[in-house]
Design a protein around this ligand. Structure first.
Ligand code: PGA
Length: 249
């Protein structure tokens, strides 16, 4: 049985005060699911407040990005150690918005993942095709190339410490979710591709689905045999909605 994970990607939302209000709502809300790992990923400026407020709770904290470098003259960047020493345990890497607006390549994401793993953070590495690529029938080719790039040099040990998130770009923030069958087909493909590196590690690897996950469509997605939870954007900003998704996992 693979671990179910529900991670909330808050993107550029929530000041410190808003972070505390949302997290209090999550802690007070009645989640009936104590088996899934729950992660919230607020912006950098709210990480310390989130770690303080969630200390001792079941909710873990993640960053939304980090530098590939341990320290140095990299204006605006944040290192793995800076995240870790705050109490952060996960980090999203290679989100499609980072790929699109900051030109992040598979190669860079691979180096960031190596830095995260050597610091002891669990990377949530994002992959996924655009609408044009899907319509051109290139989904498997694109996702396959991304997997090969972001996981380059990794073996069973590294695969045992990371999470993948399949997020079709056309489903992010659009309200257009992949159907459970469409998502499952790509998740199966991803697991098979990772099997080429190590079969046992691929069988144990959590692969999350992301892209317009809501409380009312989460169950159908999470029931699929190769979908191990979700990476949730918009719906993670409302406590009730996020708890509904956690309960579906
Ligand atoms: P969304 O975002 O749930 O708002 O579509 C998902 C993501 O970008 O991780």
């Amino acid at each position: 049985m693979r671990q179910k994970i529900v991670a909330g990607n808050w993107k550029m939302h929530c000041t410190v005060a808003e972070t505390e209000a949302l997290l209090k709502g999550l802690l007070e809300g009645k989640s009936q699911n104590d088996r899934a790992t729950v992660v919230v990923c607020p912006p950098f400026t709210s990480l310390e407040a989130a770690c303080n407020l969630l200390k001792g709770s079941h909710i873990r904290v993640g960053g939304q990005d980090m530098s590939e470098h341990p320290k140095g003259a990299f204006t605006g960047e944040v290192s793995a150690e800076m995240l870790l020493t705050l109490g952060v345990s996960f980090v999203i890497l290679g989100h499609s918005e980072r790929r699109q607006y900051h030109a992040e390549s598979d190669n860079l994401i691979n180096r960031k993942a190596k830095a995260a793993l050597s610091a002891g953070l669990t990377p949530i590495i994002c992959i996924g095709e655009t609408l044009t690529e899907r319509e051109a029938g290139q989904t498997e080719q694109v996702v396959g190339t991304q997997i090969d790039g972001v996981l380059a040099g990794f073996g069973a040990v590294e695969l045992g410490k990371l999470v993948l998130a399949y997020e079709p770009v056309w489903a992010i923030g659009t309200g257009r979710t992949a159907t459970p069958a469409m998502a499952q087909a790509v998740h199966r493909f991803i697991r098979e591709r990772v099997s080429g590196i190590n079969q046992d590690a691929a069988a144990k690897l959590p692969i999350l689905y992301g892209g317009s996950v809501k409380a009312d469509n989460a169950r159908g997605l999470f029931e699929q045999p190769d979908i191990d939870g979700g990476l949730v954007g918009g719906a993670s900003l409302k406590a009730d909605e996020f708890i509904g998704i956690i309960n579906a996992a």
